[in-house]
Write a protein that binds this ligand. Sequence first.
Ligand code: NZQ
Ligand code: ZN
Length: 386
Amino acid sequence: MTHLFQFNYCNPTRLLFGPEAMSTLGALIPAGARILLMYGSGSIRHNGAYDDVMTAMAGHAVVEFSGVEPNPSLETLDRAVALVRQERLDFILAVGGGSVVDGAKYVACAAGYAGDGWDIVSGRQPVSEALPVGAVITLAATGSESNGGAVVTSLARQQKKAFFSEAIRPRFAILNPHYLASLPDRQIANGLVDAFVHACEQYLTYPVDALVQDGYAEAVMRALRLLAERYDERRSPGWLQNLMWAANQALCGILGVGVPQDWATHRIAVELTALYGIDHGRTLSILQPSLLRETIEAKRAKLEQLGRRVFDLVDPAAEEVIAAIEAMYRRLGMPLCLTDAAVGDADAAGTVLAALHAHGLDAFGGHANIDAAMTARMIRRICLPA
Ligand code: NZQ
Ligand code: ZN
């Protein structure tokens, strides 16, 4: 039976790409706006982004909030919420990686909500209104600069969770690849893998004859595979601008319209970060090959298509395609098991499975029918040396 596409897609984020993009920032923010400028631990002071923003913001009222940590916490972000209320701010400008942008999205929602902010993250309080957010992205990975998702961690609950709302898609995003120049190699590799897995989660299910969606996803994954092969060029402006655009396109929402998706890798990934503080991209390189091995029959046809069209393999078996993905991660220096990520927990499988159980994530269902036994096998596999 023909799979019929059914979707409602609107991406209102204006993208300004390139070295000149910042020159338009002043005009993008409404005159008279009172701005909260959010950033992390200070990398924006070393790559020029902070100075460029301050120059462009001359004439605007700007209050700064720094210290948004990687995997931003509710506890930190609620201090920014209090600042927004106290200073009567009405526009949030995020300058940094996905963590800062996600943090800004949360603050934009929580500022107008009197209850516990975790209600927003947990989905108990659906979000239909938020303060406007703008993003200046300095790390190419999440696509957060033009999507409607945000991921927040509650330190008190030891839980990391994503929430979604159309109201939090940024009004604009400035993508200047020059700001990526100060990234350490580790974050470049993390970003490449994160973007690759985002495309996979929207593609690696079963064939539905989605000619456009498959073609877009394959173009993005192919670009990322080529960047991995040319990893020694990663400091060149050309390499960096391709990463920045690929990462944006991988999770702006367009790849997955109307097609089956499977986000199980990401849904488990948040637990590894919450428990062990592993970088998001690294949780994915650890989990995804194990998940693909567990679900190989349900995903066989798409895995083999990916092998042919993205990795240029001739008539590959799905097993070889998983090996090719793993080899790409290895080439980037990414961990493939928990011990590679220096997790010393002697009963890591027990710990991770207990966290998944506590959060109602023993089974994921979906097209691959992931049940509790499959989840347990996946987790045990990542505890063995790769
Ligand atoms: O603290 P700062 O100074 O910002 O330093 C950051 C941080 O230490 C640093 N950094 C950023 N840009 C830099 C730089 N260092 C030098 N030069 C630069 N140009 O890099 C470190 C990591 O930054 P972070 O923002 O945490 O990284 P990323 O962009 O990978 O974001 C990860 C977060 O996004 C979430 C993840 O779960 C994680 O919490 N995700 C968000 C998604 C979304 N909103 O759609 C989807 C993703 O799947 C992901 O879950
Ligand atoms: Zn991700």
